[in-house]
Design a protein around this ligand. Structure first.
Ligand code: FES
Length: 103
C-alpha cells in the first residue's frame, strides 16, 4: 500500500504510511482537515479538491472529462488541481504529496 502525504491549509503535514482506496477515502479515514467529501466520492462537490505536487503530475495524470467539468466551477483551480475522490491509490503513487485546497 502506498504512502501518501497531505499538506493541510494550515501547513500541517499528515503522512499516511499505508493508504488504500481513493485518495479522498484515505484523507477522510485519517481526519485530514479540508477534505469534506460531501458527495461521498461521486465527483460532484469538489470538497475534496487537492493540488498534486508538480513532480507527481505526470504519474497521477490529468482529470477525466467529468472531473474537469466539476473543477471548472471552482475557484482557485490550476493545472495541479484534482478531485482526490477520483484518484485511485496504487503502488505507483507511493510517496505522493498533495496540498489540500481550503474549503
Ligand atoms: S468527494 Fe465530492 S467531488 Fe470528491
Amino acid at each position: 500500500m502506498p504512502k501518501v502525504t497531505f499538506i493541510t491549509p494550515t501547513g500541517e503535514r499528515i503522512e499516511i504510511p499505508q493508504a488504500c482506496g481513493t485518495l479522498m477515502e484515505a484523507a477522510v479515514e485519517h481526519g485530514v482537515e479540508g477534505i469534506d467529501a460531501d458527495c461521498g466520492g461521486v465527483g460532484s462537490c469538489a470538497t475534496c479538491h487537492v493540488r498534486v505536487a508538480r513532480e507527481w503530475l505526470e504519474r497521477v495524470g490529468p482529470p477525466g472529462e467529468a472531473e474537469q467539468g466539476t473543477l471548472d466551477f471552482q475557484d482557485g483551480v490550476d493545472e495541479c488541481s484534482r478531485l482526490s475522490c477520483q484518484i485511485e491509490l496504487t503502488e505507483a503513487l507511493d510517496g505522493l504529496v498533495v496540498e489540500v485546497e481550503p474549503l
